[in-house]
Design a protein around this ligand. Sequence first.
Ligand SMILES: [Zn+2]
Length: 176
Amino acid sequence: MTGSIHCRNCGAPADPRRQRCEYCGAWQGFEPSQPWNLLFHSRKARRRFIYPLLIAAGCLLMFYIYGVAFDRLSETTLVRLTPLWFFLIVFGIYGYVAEKLLAAVYAGESADVPAALGKWLRQTISRHPLFGIFAAVLLFPFLLIKAKSSLPVAFIGSMLWGILLLLFFVFAFPAL
Ligand SMILES: [Zn+2]
């Protein structure tokens, strides 16, 4: 095994003689002519393209709704559009968090994403209790998801927040 070659999906050291990454199972050496593969099975593409784009799209939508279209939209529409931009921004941010947690899993330090977050939370809460509890609340979806790739982890995590936000609006503003 050489130190210079890394899995494109998870970043773990890769053995050039193997066709699949022994950590995450991603196929190595796929053809660059398959953009679909390149986009979804490349850690670099996710971190430099997919997640920043989702955050940017969420921010743009938020600025459009509150900055440009605010006067034209009814209060009901404004409230109903909130979970959408919120979901996009959380999806992008959670993507980076999922990559960090999965890196610990692929490095063999934790069994899965919930275990990796649990370990980090225990260390953080013992040092900075308030910050640790705040982080636990913000990151709670990761304690429930065991997927081995950051895209599904981030998607399910941000969907949970979107649904919670929808429920909150239905509960807080039953008239809408
Ligand atoms: Zn891998």
